[in-house]
Write a protein that binds this ligand. Sequence first.
Ligand code: AMP
Length: 291
Amino acid sequence: MKILRTITEMRAAVREARAAGRTVGLVPTMGAFHEGHLSLMRAARAQNDLVVVSLFVNPTQFGPNEDLAAYPRDEARDAALAEAEGVDILFAPTASEIYPDGFATSIHVSGITEVLDGAARGAFHFDGVATVVTKLFGIVRPDDAYFGQKDAQQIMVVRRVVRDLDLDVRIVACPIVREPDGLAMSSRNVYLDERARRRAVALSRGLDQASALAADGFRDALTLTGAVRRMLAHADIEPEYVELRSLDDLSPVSELDGEALLAVAARVGGARLIDNHIVRFEGEPPAGEQS
Ligand code: AMP
């Protein structure tokens, strides 16, 4: 596996691969790899000739009061894990390589960025994500790019950019990888002390319970979000949001009909955690459901 740090080197490597007729898969990451990241690398490895993983803690998607400085970084460990997955290139540029002096462009997606994490963290967050992902697509020119469903809104934003700017890349969404007790894997889980780690499982437990209710025919958004809120309350967690939203445009869903995104965000101890399920209504509501 090669570790490349400059855009010039990255472009040259991809140009060579493309000239040889090889397909290119890209996995954008901020490092501190866990099984979630590795699952994306495996999917990319299975479907492409050249696999590129980018490792870049993108400063523009962090707010002034967020954890940019504290974000876990261990490039040597990450490189060993990526190499073990058969990754060909780890692209690990500096911030000044990506944002040289005079950098003045921002990609802003309207609408779907204004709710959930866009509302909770601020509009800058998805501007930062959309801009860096567009740059990575321009640098690597992948055939396929792999993202985790854990960041469901991020995938929708990236898909919107690809569609609106006619970028020639296929976006592949990969399932959420969880710890044995259900907690969604996240680089930020290292911020959880022992007690917070025990409480944090309430997010996935609440989502499990809401999914079970939906499968039993409960369609009302307040019933489903209420199940998550109750589970969080038991763990003494005050959510930033628990919302049922459309998978098309993230508009609010009051009554489940088919599939919708049930998304939660909460601070637990020192970590801000997010999780989601795609909940499905597949049958008639039971007699007596209150809506
Ligand atoms: P990050 O390094 O946190 O920016 O994440 C890089 C990519 O890994 C993003 O596409 C995330 O959605 C994805 N990812 C993070 N955690 C998980 C997880 N638990 N399961 C699947 N994908 C994940």
